[in-house]
Design a binder for this molecule. Sequence first.
Ligand SMILES: C[S@@+](CC[C@H](N)C(=O)[O-])C[C@H]1O[C@@H](n2cnc3c(N)ncnc32)[C@H](O)[C@@H]1O
Length: 247
Amino acid sequence: MLYDRTGQTYSRTRQPDPRIAEQIWRQLSDMRSVANIGAGAGSYEPPHTVVAVEPSHVMIAQRPRDAVLAVRAVAEALPIRSKSVDAALAVLTVHHWDRLEQGLAELVRITRRRIVLLTWDHQVMREFWLLRDYLPAAATTDAELAVPLDHFDRLLPGVVTIHPVAVPADCTDGFGAAFWQRPHAYLASEVQAGMSLMTLTPRTLVHAGLERLRADLQTGAWQVRNGDLLDRREFDAGYRLVVADVD
Ligand SMILES: C[S@@+](CC[C@H](N)C(=O)[O-])C[C@H]1O[C@@H](n2cnc3c(N)ncnc32)[C@H](O)[C@@H]1O
């Protein structure tokens, strides 16, 4: 289990971002009960969550004391009765599931009204400067990890809508593109450890790419190439909210 090995520092670098939380919670605002699947340390879990499902004990151990109890299980075999919750939430987790189709079928089985997923579009992400200019090997990892968005249309019932989720310049959740305006952050090993994009890419290739980034930051080459980003308040790196109304 990847997160039993890499998740030790998750809650230090991956604090939920309030602006992203607001977008997710808006989609769940009129749902009375929510199941959070691949719940990890509990980020983005709305107050009306009635059950959380997470396979990694390292992640479960980082959940806040007052969070709903997490059941140790996988999305592909949910220990939850059919049609027992209004909504299912799955944030930045579907790309880790061994059997996506089975996991999504399980979300449909347990849900009465709505499924909300946060994922990303590799076609947009691969143009992000970190992957494009410094870590082409991580772009390859990303291509293998990312779930093509058309899969959700095919695998989820009802009306499926896709909503862009921009990354704020001071994003508090250290996922892959969080530091688009703070490039020095990528040089910190603790930040790297919280990104599956980095942990699943061969270490030597990540190291070489980040040394090139370090050099470009020192010479000012990064600033010249990416100067247009410096006065922006948010950035579209390809993160997308997928919302399926299943009723
Ligand atoms: C990037 S973390 C996201 C955690 C949390 N949703 C968040 O937003 O912080 C991905 C999570 O998916 C979990 N995961 C991996 N495989 C899974 C599976 N088959 N079913 C459910 N969760 C899984 C991991 O253990 C990890 O906690």
